[in-house]
Design a protein. Structure first.
Length: 268
């Protein structure tokens, strides 16, 4: 009897605590395709990390909203991984505020998905699916507009510019000009006109959006020829979500007093 008890005690002592819940935070959209796309992406994440508790919360427009998702977890640990592509108001303010209001839940906020080489791989794949050819990179008339949502935060624009440079390198030196559908300039049509004035008439629009929505649709409508689909449920995106999750876990241990700021130190 005593031996059995000791064995049980040793088993309890060596049992690992469950991994923190991964809470993927999407913006939300009135486009009915957006929710389905994000759910497909999270299924890829679960396939890559079986057994990990992966949940979804939205900033607005779709349910479940982030506060409800966090309340549903209750106590324990969670990592909020923004399905957002750069720094901005949502990452700097909305997510830390939601984390700070999560009660007993110990929470980290990971860095946004971009910039990162995995995003560039997904952007490249979507361009190829839309009709971009590697030989286009050798043409003096080719270029790409990287269409992003836009933000008044200057760091968001810096992130988009860095991604544009990385995508240009991936395309063999093709000029890639970041442009925006709101809150920043140049707009996508203005970027297309600027490239045309430089003799760039075979221009593709790369959709720097996680899922379909109003901004992605607006950007695609402006494309003169090739309009790539949003990043969506691409395997590189799923790997990147887990990378950001693991990065956040590797940082300092969470405490409710530290939740007023996201972990934005590592962005590659």
């Amino acid at each position: 009897m005593t031996g059995t008890r000791r064995t049980t005690d040793r088993t309890r002592n060596t049992t690992r605590p469950p991994a923190p819940t991964l809470v993927a935070v999407a913006h939300g959209s009135r486009d009915p395709r957006a929710l389905g796309t994000v759910l497909e992406l999270l299924e890829l994440v679960r396939e890559l990390r079986p057994g990990l508790d992966v949940r979804l919360g939205h900033i607005e427009l779709n349910e479940p909203l982030l506060p409800a998702t966090l309340a549903g977890i209750g106590a324990g640990d969670a990592v909020l991984v923004p399905l957002l592509l750069g720094r901005g108001h949502h990452v700097r303010h909305d997510l830390p505020r939601a984390a700070a209001e999560a009660g007993a839940l110990r929470t980290r906020v990971a860095a946004p998905l971009g910039p990162h080489p995995l995003l560039v791989e997904a952007l490249y794949a979507r361009l190829v699916e839309a009709g971009w050819r590697d030989e286009d990179g050798a043409s003096r008339g080719s270029a790409v507009v990287l269409a992003a949502a836009g933000s008044r935060d200057p760091d968001s624009a810096a992130d988009a510019r860095r991604t544009a440079r990385m995508l240009g390198d991936r395309l063999g030196g093709v000029p890639v000009l970041p442009a925006y559908t709101s809150a920043a300039t140049p707009t996508v049509p203005a970027a297309l006109r600027a490239l045309a004035a430089r003799g760039r008439h075979r221009v593709a629009v790369a959709s720097y959006f996680t899922a379909p929505g109003r901004f992605a649709t607006t950007a695609a409508a402006a494309a003169p020829q090739i309009a790539a689909a949003p990043l969506g449920a691409h395997p590189a995106m799923a790997r990147l979500v887990l990378h950001r999750y693991d990065q956040a876990l590797a940082d300092a241990a969470p405490s409710r007093g530290d939740l007023a700021r996201p972990l934005l130190l590592a962005t590659a």
